[in-house]
Design a protein around this ligand. Structure first.
Ligand code: DAH
Length: 349
């Protein structure tokens, strides 16, 4: 029986070689140490052994059992370690790799331009009022002293939408809406979209935005000098302190006197170039002293109140400021174009 035990032992140890696979190890464990394994079988046959030999055999069984268990433990430990190594190698984290890029959205350059303009007006004490895009003839034309046969009132210029309504052709309706609802003193800017029956082109778009502004107080308190001061201040804040500003007599139905405002050409700084048609100047906005008929239309006595108004096109101004040559780029949503404009709003924040 002792020989038999030695055989079991050496066979098991041979199978438990250094490179034994997990399944082979488990095989040996079950065959030798298992509940009906070889060693258990020997113990069961202890009765066949002469009593005096039994202790020695029992000891040997225990010794072999302990030896094999220890050996199995070592081999399994090594296999567990190797498996862990493999797992770690496969899931290795390289902290030197560049991070994943998260694309960050930003405001459209036209929106940024509006924000920057409003920021300047707000700093000068103007409040901001949103007014409506869908208007009636009275607020878009009649109250602004447009004569009944004015060309802007014709189908080819204005989008009429039935029911006496139209899409506003300018933000000047904001003057009427605000003055109807309130009394002076007023210093208000009205940003918003405007609509005209123009083809989208390098210089024009059927939808565009304007900023309307006006300041009204008792007669004598707001003069043409204030108009010049406010607009010069605004244009220098927006285009740069060195910008030259020129007021040129003009005509609008809703102002008298009226002035168009030019700034020195941003491209040639007033020397004359292709963009300013060699004049050195670029027209930037319309303005004037609010016409007495406009005051009458909103129920103000023109003898009692006086003020100025102005309106400027945002896209045309943005073209100049950002050095963009084609208005259509603002409406095409091409990210290669839009991604170039990111700083304005962050600068104001
Ligand atoms: N409404 C004019 C336009 O759309 C712009 C304008 C000119 C507005 C003179 C004004 C102004 O308030 O005084 O072209």
């Amino acid at each position: 029986m002792k020989d038999q035990l030695e055989q079991i032992r050496s066979r098991a140890l041979a199978e438990l070689a250094d490179d034994a696979a997990e399944a082979a190890i488990e095989n040996v464990r079950v065959r030798v140490l298992g509940r009906s394994g070889e060693l258990t079988e020997i113990m069961r046959r202890m009765r066949e052994v002469p009593p005096e030999e039994r202790p020695a055999i029992g000891q040997l069984v225990n010794q072999i059992k302990a030896e094999l268990e220890a050996r199995i433990e070592v081999l399994q430990g090594r296999l567990r370690e190797a498996a862990l190594e493999r797992e770690l190698a496969a899931a290795r984290l390289d902290v030197t790799l560049p991070g994943a890029h998260l694309p960050r959205g930003r405001l459209h350059p036209v929106t940024q331009t509006i924000e920057e303009m409003l920021h300047i007006f707000r700093a000068m004490g103007f409040e901001i009022a949103a007014t409506r895009d869908v208007e009636d003839d009275f607020h878009n034309f009649a109250a602004l002293n447009f004569p009944p046969d004015h060309p802007a009132r014709e189908m080819q210029d204005t989008f009429f939408i039935g029911g006496g309504l139209l899409l506003r052709t300018h933000t000047s309706n904001g003057q009427i809406r605000v003055m109807e609802a309130r009394r002076p003193p007023l210093a208000v800017v009205c940003p918003g979209n405007c609509y005209r029956r123009d083809e989208l082109s390098v210089r024009a778009s059927p939808m565009f935005s304007q900023i309307e502004g006006f300041m009204v107080d008792r007669a004598g308190k707001i003069t043409m000098a204030h108009l010049k001061g406010v607009l010069t201040e605004f244009l220098r804040a927006f285009f740069g302190a060195g910008t030259a500003v020129r007021f040129r007599a003009s005509f609008f139905p809703f102002t008298e006197p009226s002035a168009e405002v030019d700034i020195s050409c941003l491209l040639c700084a007033g020397k004359g170039c292709r963009v300013c048609k060699q004049s050195g100047w670029t027209e930037i906005l319309g303005s004037g002293m609010i016409h007495p008929n406009v005051f009458r239309a909103v129920g103000y006595d023109p003898a009692e109140f006086q003020g100025f108004a102005f309106g400027l096109g945002v896209e045309r101004t943005a073209l100049l400021k950002l050095g963009v040559e084609d208005m259509r780029l603002f409406f095409e949503n091409d990210l290669r174009f839009l991604n170039q404009f990111q700083a304005t709003v962050e600068r104001l924040a």
